[in-house]
Write a protein that binds this ligand. Sequence first.
Ligand code: S3P
Length: 441
Amino acid sequence: MVSTTPTSDPLQLSGGGSLRGTVGVPGDKSVSHRALLFGAIAEGETRIEGLLPAEDPLSTAACLRAMGVSVSPIRAGDTVLVQGVGLDGLQEPADVLDCGNSGTTMRLMLGLLAGRAGRHFVLSGDASLRGRPMRRVGAPLAQMGAVIHGRKDGNFAPLAVLGQPLRGATIRTPVASAQVKSAILLAALTAAGPTTVIEPALSRDHSERMLRAFGADLVVGGPGGTEVTVTPGPDLRGQQVVVPGDISSAAFWLVAGAITPGADLTVENVGLNPSRIGILEVLEQMGARIEVLHQRDVAGEPVGDLRVSHGPLQAFEIAGELIPRLVDEIPVLAVAACCAEGTSHIRDAGELRVKETDRLAVMARQLGAMGARIEEFEDGMTITGGTALHGAAVDSETDHRVAMSLAVAAGIARGVTTLQRHEAAAVSYPGFWDDLQRLRR
Ligand code: S3P
């Protein structure tokens, strides 16, 4: 049973029992941010269906409103209307732009604001966000002429952006990061001359798809679509956007269904963009029983329903170009690894150290407290499966994906797990605890 209390008292999660039924996960977080941002700088109205009503997109909407953009209230089930102000129509805000816990908000905002000549912006966020590296965006934008100041040579928020006329550039990014790529693409929309961004491996391509749908002159090329060129000129035009369910939220149910004895779950309306489905490839590699049903295309993104049931699992190995395609799913994959036969290896995943928390350290610490056999390395970990987990006192350490991953682990652990700071889940999946309660048998 799950006992939810309205306060941030620790949540008691008892192990045992099973999971059955159908669940619709909330809208994709990455697509939600982009729909708001691109709608804000388009001409005319953008209508967004299925926008994720969670803390991170609310941060993006609040920043946009502070710069004169009308965004209708964001409530579950409501269509959200954004009245665009055009490519250069954002006003200087009267106060600091609060990006909350959201790295996507802050990084994409830097790209959006760097070229707003003559205007001054200050961006900040919560303690986690103020400790996350921002020079990875500031440095390429500086190649285009951007002026961004902040602590530690512009690496940490609060950040001050002094809007400048920008020039086009060819930029090679050292990490495959959709946030960095998207910030550059946003800045490129109003630069003088074309801009090309070249990634070391393909990161999620929602910006490319959606910017093209909004009318940007954007060409994707290079090996595996890793080179993107924007030629400034056309105005963006307001669109109708349908946001698919977030595969990163579905991941908790996919793993829970695969590892919980007797489980049988169907997750409806999940976005299946090829740059996001690494988790499905790994679960297949593990021998998980997963079926993709009703595959269809919704507003330029592939979507389907996923059915998962419990069965024996093998250890997995993940590294290299697969990592950006499942980067947010690694915490819950670590839980899956605990239930697999053999030792799973995660490598080339140093990026996890600069997420909302250092997810390699936090997962090793928290799952370790439940009896998991994890060895942590600089850029990954090995997890030896086949050891029964036991209930323990654990903590999300403020990280939404850690909170939900630990809940999945608690379901198969012996005894009761006490989870501190479970409310972090609201950053991306506010209804998670209700859905968990409803699916438990
Ligand atoms: C995101 C990109 C990824 C991901 C994050 C959302 C995006 O971050 O981890 O949750 O919407 O562009 P990086 O760009 O840092 O890899």
